[in-house]
Design a protein around this ligand. Structure first.
Ligand code: FES
Length: 578
């Protein structure tokens, strides 16, 4: 099927009869394609984050095959290509150190190759925002196909949600209530297939956010990874991307301010991960849109949590999928949405969910009887976080949301690991555990270290939660009263850097306040004496990262990647001449 209306950029490579046109066709024919593939078919890149180093994305070659079927059927010419893959479990010190690198990889591959459209295959946490950021910057027609969650874990008849329940079990082990044998048994049955984590962690959240943004087909986010419907949906996505190219439906037409607002509504309604805040701010920055943290807070205050899924609630992703998936959630919050926002289906947000059904009201609650009356996330301000901090209030202990306690300070993660279980640590359940130098520059890469462990002696005494505070992030699977993303971070001289043992810290989530209760004169004295820690890198990508990384409230993108630069800034180089 030739394209009648849109000027295909791939024609600059394959549509010419000169030396270079011949060479482009001839070299690609080395892969065994006939000349027919060059007869005006839109070239569809399948941007694949498959990797055996990333178990969450290990099935994406099969998903790519399904996409290809759809592309061929709709008259396109599919070409799969790899990018780096960010596997949350194995990549150290943190995948967040490499999110921007992957986003650059995605952007530059899309732009440099003869692609008219691209299908983005993602799964594990950072692969989704990295692809959305890259696609936003490249701005050629794009459609995302998330990989879906893995099969639920079951241990001795009990469901085990990835991350969330593992953390609980680990606390039981540390408290001496779970045996080593039981712990080993859990290891063998928690991750039963490829696919991302089974709770509303960052991967499930970002897939849902991508769908709410309008960058996937309706219902794509939560189909289990190994479900036949995942592959049928991928095939359908392959067909649809050809239509998206013909309609010249670029990411900048889909990921608008209204769509971002819809995605934040969804984020709050599902009790999604705090990480989505950083990623959405970064995506908005790529589109030249301003997305202040206050927008999240404003939407959170007016959006109840209606998805009863871990870590905020009880059920797992498969339950949410069987209850109707994200469309059921979006249908329920439809009165709060920008219903006219255009999506990759070619229809509006409102049209997409008009006929969605809910098949289990225990999992997807109604607006009248929500799981929590407000959204899952809250933005805090105060002298400790003049540029903001984040708390996942839906997964925190209600009695700790207003709290004043003395700081127990760890200078960095190593210090925390070395001392947290020290029997002589001066700590009680009213203490506020503080971790410094775990932010974008300080760690580096802002790892998910914000779920500070409760000291073993308190665990043994039955303490289940404490206020914990850091400039780190947390996993979307985390739970507890965890104040994270404190900005500016300690390593750049934020007030967090000068918090000392025994200082009083006051938290009031309802009033959105976070204060260090130390006189101003004393604070000034401490700040004057503060010295920045030595940089972690002096060369290579690490140095580039340290030189250009923005703070968490700015999305942790590189400063030089924000803003639009047009879809094809290097177009003139496609015709190298004779
Ligand atoms: Fe990949 Fe949890 S480890 S989504």
């Amino acid at each position: 099927m030739g394209n009648k209306t849109v000027q295909l950029r791939s024609r600059d490579w394959f549509g010419k009869n000169d030396r270079w046109g011949m060479a482009h066709r001839a070299w690609l024919r080395a892969e065994g394609f006939s000349s027919q593939v060059f007869e005006g078919k839109p070239v569809i890149g399948i941007c694949n984050s498959w990797s055996e180093l990333n178990n969450c994305n290990a099935h994406l070659r099969q998903v790519a095959d399904a996409v290809k079927r759809g592309v061929w059927e709709a008259g396109g010419f599919p070409l799969e290509f790899p990018t780096i893959s960010l596997g949350e479990m194995l990549m150290k010190p943190t995948t967040m150190l490499f999110r921007n690198l992957m986003a650059m990889d995605v952007e530059e591959c899309i732009r440099a190759y003869p692609l008219d459209g691209v299908v983005l295959l993602c799964g594990c946490d950072k692969t989704t925002p990295a692809q959305l950021m890259g696609a936003a910057s490249a701005d050629i027609p794009a459609l995302m196909v998330p990989g879906g969650p893995m099969l639920r874990g079951i241990w001795r008849g009990t469901e085990v949600g990835s991350g969330t329940d593992i953390r609980r079990f680990w606390e039981e082990v540390r408290a001496g209530r779970m045996t080593e044998e039981e712990w080993c048994e859990v290891e063998s049955c928690v991750s039963r297939s490829a696919g991302h984590c089974t709770v509303m962690g960052t991967a499930s959240t970002m897939a849902s956010v991508a769908e709410a943004l309008g960058m996937t087909l309706t219902g794509a986010a939560l189909i289990p990874a190994v479900d036949a419907r995942r592959y049928a949906q991928a095939e359908e996505s392959g067909r649809r991307i050809v239509g998206i190219v013909n309609e010249d439906l670029r990411p900048s037409r889909i990921m608008t301010a209204e769509a971002l607002e819809n995605s934040i509504r969804a984020l709050m309604a599902i009790g999604g991960s705090t990480n989505a805040i950083v990623h959405l701010v970064a995506i908005a920055g790529r589109l030249g849109l301003d997305l202040p943290l206050e927008k999240f807070d404003e939407i959170s205050r007016t959006t109840p949590v209606i998805a009863d899924v871990k870590p905020s609630g009880k059920y797992l992703m498969e339950d949410l999928f069987n209850a109707g998936g994200l469309p059921a959630v979006m249908k329920e919050i439809a009165p709060l949405l920008r219903s006219r926002a255009l999506t990759a289906t070619g229809k509006t947000r409102g049209e997409n969910v008009a006929r969605a059904g809910c098949f289990n009201r225990q999992v997807v609650r109604t607006l009248d009887q929500p799981l929590k009356p407000e959204g899952g996330l809250a933005i805090l301000r105060g002298n400790l976080a003049p540029d903001g901090a984040v708390v996942k209030q839906s997964a925190a202990s209600p009695q700790l949301l207003k709290h004043r306690g003395r700081a127990v300070v760890f200078e960095n993660n190593e210090d925390l690991i070395n001392r947290v279980d020290d029997p002589d640590l001066k700590v009680d359940e009213s203490s506020v555990l503080v971790l410094k130098n775990a932010g974008p520059k300080g760690a580096p890469g802002m790892p998910e270290w914000g779920h500070l462990p409760i000291p073993a002696k308190l665990l043994k005494a039955g303490v289940k939660d404490m206020v914990r505070l850091s400039d780190a992030r947390i996993s979307g699977t985390s739970f507890g009263t965890l104040i994270v993303h404190v900005s500016p971070e300690a390593a750049t001289g934020g007030l967090l850097a000068v918090v000392r043992e025994g200082d009083e810290i006051e938290l009031d989530v309802h009033a959105r306040r976070l204060e260090l209760c130390v006189p101003d004169a004393e604070i000034k004295q401490r700040q004057a004496a503060w010295r920045a820690p030595a940089p972690h890198y002096t060369r290579g990508y690490g140095k580039l990262f340290l030189d250009h990384i923005l703070q968490s409230h700015e999305g942790c993108d590189f400063d030089f990647l924000r803003g639009k630069n047009g879809s094809d800034p290097l177009k003139r180089f496609r015709n190298p001449g004779l």
